[in-house]
Write a protein that binds this ligand. Structure first.
Ligand SMILES: [Zn+2]
Length: 391
């Protein structure tokens, strides 16, 4: 340290009061709302460990960020760095900015840690992850914390078809850590007009397996769990219980009712989508917060009135739009952001170029989620409907 630095430090020490780590610990243990603890070290130092409850405002950004972090200048601001020098100088700066009650912790984080006081080590992204997810991390409502939430999330897709393809593709890109895909079908030429997880070379392969290849090639962070089976009474409970959110990409009624009733028993949200020629719709069935599928349709329609995509046709781009609306709702649910489409049916008419919204209401008499409902005892419709249970 040169003479000038020593001089600055000496003056800072005269103006900024210092507390020892044990004094800081005492003050923190009183849980005083007027006390704010600020770590002024660099990002890599913070990542190696910091005091629980501290805010991170690096010295280099102090003047720019402190007023957002601590708008009330009458608060008691305790600063710390690694050894107690940077925090003294930072304290001096805060005083010049009008902060009335600034304290620097002597000895810094080094002495805090050496004294055996508690510290936390935040989870850090790898360099590759920091780059891959940088556009998420830049959104204040998502940030690193939100990205870790996504990486820890598990989403089950019923079907790797028209809706499941775009939904799974973007969820994998977004870094949703575990994607379960249940589909017993194989890739057929007629799927490729819309089911973008698959390609010409994969014709004849299992869709779940083809999906796994595409998704892990896009993002190796994502674990894809495949189930080459149909969703039925023997596996539905176990599968739904294991995931946070379920994507309904089914085009048949037996599966839809089975999924609905199980999701209510397991209290898991289902993001529902469907497409028909030029029209699509999407909604979120969140148990007991909005209606369920049976609130709207207590019984499945007769098979003749329920055409599948195979019979009715669909514009190839339409499931892309609806599947991505589903993916968006899933991310909102996982991060707890915004207003999910609970109790609202969003409809899209491709020919008119119009979105509309219908309010949906819970039925107090609903056989699945109503007051006196017993969802465990409901019929599964597998034998009632003539439509085969394909996803
Ligand atoms: Zn209901």
């Amino acid at each position: 340290m040169g003479d000038a630095s020593r001089d600055i430090l000496r003056r800072a020490r005269q103006q900024v009061p210092e507390w020892s780590p044990s004094q800081v610990q005492d003050a923190l243990s009183q849980k005083n709302d007027d006390l704010v603890l600020i770590d002024v070290r660099e990002k890599h130092e913070w990542n190696e460990g910091h005091i629980p409850g501290a805010l991170h405002v690096p010295r280099g950004f102090l003047e720019l960020q402190i007023e957002e972090a601590v708008p009330d200048k009458s608060k008691q601001v305790v600063l710390y760095c690694a050894g107690g020098v940077r925090s003294l100088m930072a304290g001096n700066t805060l005083q010049q900015m009008g902060y009335e009650n600034v304290i620097s912790m002597s000895g810094g984080f080094g002495q805090w840690k050496g004294g055996g006081f508690k510290f936390v080590q935040p989870r850090a992204m790898t360099e590759t992850q920091a780059k891959r997810y940088s556009r998420h991390v830049l959104i204040p409502e998502v940030g690193e914390e939100g990205q870790f939430k996504l990486l820890d999330s598990k989403v089950l897709l019923i079907g790797a078809g028209g809706l499941g393809s775009p939904a799974a593709y973007y969820l994998a890109a977004a870094g949703v850590g575990t994607l379960g895909i249940i589909d017993a079908d194989t890739v057929d030429d007629s799927n490729l007009q819309r089911q973008i997880l698959h390609n010409t070379e994969r014709i004849g392969q299992y869709k779940a397996e083809s999906a796994r290849q595409t998704l892990t090639a896009l993002n190796p962070d994502v674990k894809v769990v495949t189930y080459i089976e149909r969703l039925d009474e023997t596996n539905v409970r176990r599968l739904v219980a294991e995931y946070d959110v379920i994507v309904d990409g089914t085009d048949n009624f037996p599966t839809r009712y089975l999924l609905n009733d199980t999701a209510i028993i397991e209290n898991k949200p289902v993001v529902h989508g469907s497409v028909f020629r030029f029209e699509g719709q999407v909604t979120v069935f969140k148990p007991y917060e909005g209606p369920c599928y049976r609130c709207l349709f207590p019984e499945p329609p007769p098979p003749a009135l329920a055409p599948s995509c195979a019979e009715a046709g669909v514009l190839g781009v339409l499931p892309g739009i609806i599947g991505l609306l589903q993916a968006t709702e899933i991310i909102k649910l996982l991060l707890g952001l915004g207003d999910p489409l609970v109790g609202r049916l969003l409809t899209y008419d491709a020919l008119a170029g119009e979105f509309n919204e219908l309010r949906l209401y819970r039925d107090p008499q609903c056989p699945a989620c109503g007051e006196h409902a017993h969802p465990e005892d409901l019929p599964t419709y597998a034998e009632v409907c003539a439509v085969p249970a394909r996803s």
